[in-house]
Write a protein that binds this ligand. Sequence first.
Ligand code: 13P
Length: 305
Amino acid sequence: MYTDIKTILDDASKNNYGVLAASAINLELARGLIAAADELQAPLIILMGQIQMTKHARADVMVPLIRTLAEETNVPVALILDHGRDWDVITHAFRNGFSSIMIDASAYEMEENIKRTQKIVELCHPQGVAVEAELGHVGQASSGDQDLSEFYTKPEDVTEFLSHTHADCLAIACGTAHGQYPKGVIPQIRFDIIRAVKEVTDVPIALHGGSGSGDENIKRAVEAGINKVNVCTEIFNYVRDDIRKALDENPDLDLLSLVSRAERAAKEIGKHFILLTGSQGKAANFQKTSGFAHGFAELNLGIGE
Ligand code: 13P
């Protein structure tokens, strides 16, 4: 079923578990990830970034695709514009049927961040579109931003930020960064920040930059209070490496077999992260409100083989 992040994450926050939020920019990633969620009966959030959307994953094509796949399973699936920064891109995603929007004004001082977030909430909430905001700033792993404590969310700011913005989910900065860490680097997650934020709010909280954080760290972050675990790079790399392996084994592999294999790889890595978040079986917490009832896993995903 197609839904929004608030529906999914309120349950996760109430029942202390995490939900995988995974990037999908094409058919194979979307099908593989949704099949993983269906098999494990877990809620799932699909991320599509502002840059990804501008460069490749056109909203008018991807939204109907993801909605269709979501309606073929009983597990709740939300689609969120990830790191929306520009009004034009945000309203484009909004008009095209994203169920959720992230406004990332985290590069600004808190007052400006509040103002920009309020504007998006005013646009979205009357239409039932859920909003994620960011307080503190999650930077880039390639610049070592995960170690910059001045970027970390200050738990004492959280209540004020949320009371002014009414965001449905809050991304916090607590020692991770986006993208690929240098070889051998595993981020030091500040679990104390996660716990301190959780103490002052019931609003679900999100960890960005899940890739390369280490399985134990992700589990501990969820135990500390994280409800949404964003992962992109590690999923893309896993699928890319699997494609490379397939072509190494058989350079003449036909394209249909290759893309089917990519989809299977997306399902495998999706299942891995879903299990880390503890959302397996949690689809049972949600009432099916739309779509039809057969399981996605029943569909023939192995076409071309
Ligand atoms: P990674 O690519 O580091 O997993 O980050 C994903 C993310 O946080 C998207 O918002």
